[in-house]
Design a protein around this ligand. Structure first.
Ligand code: ASP
Ligand code: MG
Length: 405
């Protein structure tokens, strides 16, 4: 007998028919003799709809009340799924985050899980119940309900799998696995059988919408193998696990991120300490900076360019503008019509020439590179947004020929 955690995203429980489909998967797993803990997201677009409803009443509602509202979405899907499971004749109980022992930090809207105390879950499993838990929520030290940030149900599922030492953690979604590129946009994109935590983390952070990146971090920390699969096709999905347990692929994926803007500070005096001054101002405002490029000095000045997420653009400009004169720089400019295209692969660590191949693909597609950044398992380029889809396809074609997979 195994303990299996199964998480179902909003699209998997979007309506009555889909809820019965999930109930069928869950009860099937239970009838094979397993203990099953199920984590659910809110149905379909419920969370977005609740946010809209709140805006109609008070666009500046407190974060506490927002969490009070948003936790209701998962309460609905958990109870409805439990009713469907009852109807299929299996014993079941649904639990809210606090009942399931999710203790979080107090930051409403972006709470972090501090501890999961699974006493109640264990008690219910001992009674042979299927346990359905609301994802995305917990309780803070004031006994108020909190949410974990958008997409947080994945993290709830991994947290339960970690504290309960589950044998398997399955993340059911509307795609049937992790692909080498977005299969809706890139012809020939292939499903991966396995991917390492580090690669998945890069891809999740780069905007692949399959898994929430905090859930991958947590899975890596506690060495929980994840399977990403579709609740609709029920085909085997992609396993996310430790790198040394698999053959390293040279490249496992190509990703595109359009949530990026470039800022350049022009004519910065070429003296020590100025980069420090600029970036410490941004870090004090908790603005995350991604690719950084500094031009070679000429006439005693240089330009410093970097990228930030679009939502941070205004804040970054407002923060730095008052200092432009103090720094002795001449101006600050920005560009939102850019995109970041990246390749991720554990194999590139030990394989020369990967960057050259990527740049060759871009050259052949006549796409100009504005900035480049690399890590051990990732190469990112910043290009014009209008070129982004073409770039992904060109790079994908370069690295993936049909016999490579
Ligand atoms: N329902 C929440 C959201 O839409 C949490 C989740 O889906 O994981 O962000
Ligand atoms: Mg959702």
């Amino acid at each position: 007998m195994s303990l299996i955690v199964q998480k179902f995203g909003g699209s998997s429980v979007a309506n009555a028919e889909r809820i019965f489909n999930v109930a069928d998967i869950v009860t099937g797993t239970y009838k094979q003799g397993n203990d099953v803990v199920v984590v659910v997201s809110a149905q379909g677009d419920t969370t977005d709809d609740l946010i809209e409803k709140a805006k109609e009443i008070n666009p500046d509602a407190s974060k506490r009340e927002m969490d009070m509202l948003l936790t209701a979405g998962e309460q609905m899907s958990a109870s409805l799924l439990a009713m469907a499971i009852e109807k299929l004749g299996c014993p079941v109980v649904s639990l809210l985050g606090w009942q399931a022992g999710f203790l979080t930090s107090s930051a409403y809207g972006t709470a972090r899980i501090k501890r999961v105390v699974p006493d109640r879950i264990k008690k219910e499993l001992d009674k042979k119940n299927i346990v359905v838990v609301t994802g995305f929520q917990g309780v803070n030290r004031y006994n108020d309900m909190t949410t974990l940030g958008r997409g947080g149900s994945d993290t709830s599922a991994v947290a339960i799998a970690a504290v309960m030492h589950a044998d398997l953690c399955q993340i059911f979604t509307d795609v049937d696995g992790v692909y080498t590129a977005d299969p809706r946009k890139v012809p020939g994109a292939k499903k991966l059988k396995t991917i390492s935590y580090n690669e998945m983390l890069e891809l999740a952070t780069l905007g692949a919408q399959v898994l929430n990146n905090r859930s991958v971090e947590m899975a890596m920390k506690y060495n929980i193998e994840l399977e990403v699969l579709s609740s609709l096709t029920r085909e085997p999905g992609t396993i996310v696990k430790e790198a040394n347990k698999m053959e390293k692929m040279l490249i496992s994926g190509v990703a595109k991120d359009e949530d990026v803007a470039r800022i350049s500070i022009i004519g910065v005096p070429d003296r020590p300490g100025l980069a420090f001054k600029i970036f410490s101002k941004l870090s004090a405002k908790k603005i995350n900076v991604d690719i950084i490029l500094q031009s070679i000095g000429h006439n005693g000045t240089k330009d410093i360019s970097f990228t930030v997420g679009k939502s941070n653009l205004k804040d970054a400009i407002d923060t730095l503008t008052p200092y432009i004169e103090v720094l002795g720089a001449s101006s600050i400019v920005h560009d939102e019509n850019v995109a970041k295209v990246s390749i991720v692969g554990a194999g590139m660590e030990s394989h020369p020439g990967v960057a050259a191949e990527m740049f060759e693909a871009l050259f052949e597609a006549n796409i100009n590179i504005r900035m480049i950044s690399t890590s051990e398992i990732k190469i990112s380029v910043l290009i014009d947004r209008a070129d982004a889809d073409r770039a992904v396809t060109a790079i994908h074609n370069k690295f993936f020929t049909p016999d490579q997979l």
